[in-house]
Design a binder for this molecule. Structure first.
Ligand code: SF4
Ligand code: SF4
Length: 423
């Protein structure tokens, strides 16, 4: 149940409304942060969850732009997580909704299952079936959510199946820290080059890098969808694995995961056997850009003459308050020109699995981001979250544009190695 004390911090001033992407889309109070807090209050007072109330919560991206905008420091992040958990417990969803959510949470947190899906995707694409399905308009007949899932599939190759990540990489030069890298779920399978670049850069900057092979999902997707028991189960297993690695820092290159892992202490606060362990591990979690800036660079950078635009992931900017570090690291690359996007602090509509669960809203919000990207006309669009990258890539493809995308760490890696950015 949303905590009454947190709800009462809201003074209903409305400063958060213009920052909220869903309020911008529909102009409805109940699809604004303030409106949703009113609904939370009614839940806390005992009103049962009806389908319309659940829908207003489902439509929230969890982008936390409202937290950045709020002068009263309302902890909307905690409120929406508590509320979503209450919705999952107390609201009976339609059969199709339950089946689709079941599929998502059966698939995405499990890299082995994702690999099987990737093989199926390769067969679907390479056999020409996808081309045929699109040519005949079959994909347009799919229900909206399945259509979104099909459209989101990024280009893949057999190389995705053979991509290798070392379990241990020694520090280049004197050791400055021992760190663990979480390979993640979607990132590990669909964007393996990002993890490889992360390990190389950390090693070049004097870190001994451990990639625990059995380290699974951190629980972020589950936590952000109100599946709190499932999130706790993932968190306990991950903490157990990370404790064995005996590291100074746990380094993340996926903003949504980092934001969830920094909350492990809060997530497991009610579990006496795990509360202290979770808080201790959460305190070691850092985004890779945070760590690199705080360590200071020792590896020389080579020129990388490229014009890039940086897209702020909401879970980095609003949830973790990390804005300057990625920009600083990019600006330190000789020859790189960094262009700011209009409304850079606005969500792209990806928001975890929001683009699969609320595809129409995600598309509407995403198209605003695409307009900003096209106006900036970068050679490379840079983002620190795999979900944002895949979602914006999909919308750009649909608009007939093929702008290269990359994680900031891939640019730093290319600059350190003195190579051009892989195509
Ligand atoms: S959440 Fe913050 S900004 Fe929004 S209405 Fe409440 S106090 Fe005002
Ligand atoms: S998290 Fe984002 S979508 Fe949800 S209320 Fe806040 S600003 Fe609006």
């Amino acid at each position: 149940m949303p905590e009454r004390k947190l709800i009462d911090d809201c003074v209903h001033c409305g400063f958060c409304l213009p920052a909220c992407p869903t309020y911008q889309s529909w102009g409805q109070e109940m699809d604004s942060p303030r409106g949703r807090i009113y609904l939370m209050k009614s839940l806390a007072e005992g009103k049962p969850i009806d389908p319309s109330t659940a829908l207003h919560f489902d439509r929230c991206l969890g982008c936390m732009a409202c937290m950045t905008a709020c002068p009263s420091g309302v902890n909307y992040e905690a409120l929406i997580e508590q509320t979503r958990a209450e919705v999952e417990r107390g609201h009976r969803r339609s059969t199709s909704d339950r089946l689709f959510r079941g599929l998502i949470f059966w698939l995405f947190p499990y890299p082995r299952r994702l690999r099987v899906a990737l093989v199926a995707q390769l067969l679907y694409v390479k056999s020409g079936l996808r081309w045929l399905a699109r040519k005949l308009g079959v994909t347009r007949l799919l229900p909206g959510r399945l259509r979104a899932l099909e459209a989101l599939m990024p280009p893949v190759s057999a190389g995705h199946l053979t991509a290798h990540l070392p379990e241990l990489a020694s520090a280049g030069g004197p050791r400055r820290a021992r760190v663990a890298v979480l390979a993640g779920c979607v990132q590990r399978v669909y964007l393996p080059a990002v993890n490889q670049a992360t390990v190389r850069v950390l090693s070049a900057e004097g870190c001994e890098v451990v990639v625990p092979p059995e380290l699974g999902c951190c629980g972020a997707l589950s936590l952000h969808a109100g599946r709190d028991e499932e999130a706790r189960r993932f968190a306990r297993a991950a903490i157990d694995e990370l404790e064995r690695a005996e590291v100074d820092f746990v380094v993340l290159n996926a903003a949504g995961c980092g934001s969830a892992m920094k909350q492990w202490g809060h997530l497991l606060a009610g579990d006496p056997a795990w509360a202290a362990r979770a808080a201790a591990m959460a305190a070691r979690v850092v985004d890779v850009s945070e760590l690199l800036v705080s360590l200071g660079s020792v590896a020389p950078r080579h020129p990388l003459p490229v014009q890039v635009a940086y897209h702020d992931s909401c879970h980095l900017l609003h949830a973790q308050r990390i804005r300057s570090q990625p920009r600083q690291l990019l600006s330190d690359i000789p020859g790189l020109v960094l262009t700011e996007l209009a409304d850079a602090d606005q969500c792209c509509g990806s928001a975890g699995v929001y683009n699969l669960l609320q595809p129409d809203s995600a598309r509407e919000i995403g198209m605003r981001k695409v307009e900003a990207v096209l106006a900036a006309a970068p050679e490379v669009l840079v983002s620190a979250n795999p979900g944002c990258t895949l979602h914006i890539q999909m919308l750009l493809r649909e608009r007939g544009h093929a702008i290269r995308t990359a994680h900031p760490i891939e640019l730093i890696d290319a600059s350190i190695r003195g190579v051009s950015l892989p195509g």
